[in-house]
Structure formats: C-alpha cells, structure tokens
Design a binder for this molecule. Structure first.
Ligand code: 6PG
Length: 260
C-alpha cells in the first residue's frame, strides 16, 4: 500500500480507517484505487455506482486525476450528486457544481441524465433544498422516512470542523427527517444547500480528504481530543468511514494514543 500508515479503529460505532500520505499525489492515487474498488462492488451488486461529491479545494487534484483516466471507468453506470452547493449561479466561481463540471464532469463521458446538480438557480435556498430532496426521493425511490444509500460520499473538513455545509452550532446538526436543507448563517457568505447528517450517515462509504497545515488543529480536536460536537465528528455512517490525510494535516496528531 502506497501510504505511510494505515490505522483502523472501531471505537465509534462505524468502522473507521485512517490513512496518512506523504503527499497529495499519493493520496489521489490511493483515492483512485478506492473509487475503483467501491465502484466495482456497487456495479456487481446493484448495476450502478452512486456518488455524492464535495466542493472546496481539496478534492480538485483527485477530480483532475480521475478525469485523466476517463476510459478506465463505466461513466454510463455512474451517477453523480453534489454534497452541497452555494446559492449562486452555476457559472459563478463559488459554485461547487461549476467546479465539478470544469474539473471532472465536462471531461468524462458521463451521460447528462446521470448528473444531478443541486438546483441552486431558484428563487430561494429553501425551494432549492426542497427540490433537491425531491430529486433524491425520486432517484432512490424513497418513501417517507427512508434515506438514500449512496455508494460513496466524498467529504472535506473546514478549519472550524464543518463538513458539507454543516457548520458548528447549527440546529441542522440535529436534523432527523430531511435529506437536504438550506443553510443561511451570518458567518457563511452565500446561503447554501446541503445534504443532512442522516442522508450522509446512511451511506455505504464516507471518505474524508484532508490536506494542508491549516487543517492540523481541527484534526487534532477530532481525533486526539475526541471533540464530538464538531460536525465532521458527527459523520458516523452505517458503512465504512475512511480518512485520507496528508502529512501537513496530520502533523499534530498523536498517532500512538489516538489510533490504537
Ligand atoms: C464546500 C464544501 C466544504 C468543504 C470544506 C473544505 O463546498 O466548500 O463542501 O464542506 O469540503 O470547506 O474545503 P477545502 O477543501 O477548500 O479546504
């Protein structure tokens, strides 16, 4: 395995694995392998592969690598949903869908009907979230009270411990019913729409990509200090929970005490 360390622990309810990498390149390489493995199993068992992808800067390297390997994957059997979106036009530089299109979706032969953007160009974030929820319910054929089971959800972490558009202290952290919700907070520049925790936690696999020195302190709070209030700590999926962390982001972690 091309990473420095692999640590597994089961202390959380979900099985949690942490992989540490020397650099971004090795991390993306490993992520491609995970993508392949999860995709293969999903297609063998269910005939399609359903992913939810995050915005932010961290996954861009991986999306570009994936786009360069376009022939290697059955894009016609792959369905892509965003994890969250800013309430801006798809052409705005802040749009997650815009970034996903530019780095990945425009470069691979994914049929347009397999792409399921959050309808951000609506009159209010509330309407946009309701429509996204409806799209999810129709696609996954969900009845009331059921949640989607994505094969893979790719997440990032903010310096304050947010993930998706779930921010510390937000009442949304207690959401039990909705699959998608609007996020309107003073500290957040654009209103957003996000998958909720129950929608994320029903996933078969959740993978966090975390890079850079500015994420070292928050990772320490999550792992060494066991801060369970942070949104990223509240991600405890039914399936596998995997963290891919680069050297800088993992630099403050006390591996021995935390991961054994
Ligand atoms: C977004 C995200 C968000 C992101 C983190 C980390 O749209 O911005 O979904 O949760 O993953 O803020 O962002 P970076 O990868 O840019 O550090």
């Amino acid at each position: 395995m091309d990473c420095r360390s692999r640590i597994a622990d089961r202390g959380l309810g979900s099985r949690r694995e942490i992989f540490l990498f020397d650099d971004k390149e090795k991390m993306s390489e490993f992520m491609i392998g995970k993508w392949k493995e999860i995709l293969r199993e999903a297609i063998e068992k269910r005939g399609i592969f359903i992913v939810a992808l995050s915005g932010g800067k961290t996954p861009v390297h991986f999306y570009r690598r994936l786009a360069n390997m376009k022939e290697a994957f059955p894009w016609n059997k792959t369905h892509v949903f965003p994890v969250d979106e800013r309430f801006v036009s798809f052409t705005a530089k802040e749009s997650n869908f815009g970034m996903l299109k530019k780095t990945l979706l425009d470069k691979v032969p994914v049929p347009p009907e397999n792409i399921h953007p959050i309808p951000a160009e609506r009159s209010t974030p509330q309407i946009s979230a309701m429509e996204y929820e409806e799209d999810l319910r129709i696609f996954f054929k969900l009845s009331k009270g059921q949640f989607p089971q994505f094969d893979l959800i790719l997440l990032g972490i903010g310096e304050d411990g947010h993930t998706a558009s779930l921010f510390p202290g937000s009442p949304l952290l207690n959401e039990q019913i909705r699959l998608a919700a609007p996020v309107i907070l003073d500290k957040v520049r654009h209103p957003r729409v996000t998958l909720t925790l129950p929608a994320i936690n029903h996933s078969r696999n959740v993978l966090f990509l975390v890079t850079g020195k500015n994420k070292a302190a928050v990772l320490k709070s999550i792992f060494d200090e066991g801060d369970d209030l942070l949104p990223a700590s509240r991600v405890k999926p039914d399936g596998n929970l995997i963290f891919l962390i680069d050297q800088e982001a993992g630099s403050l972690l006390n591996i021995k005490t935390v991961f054994t």
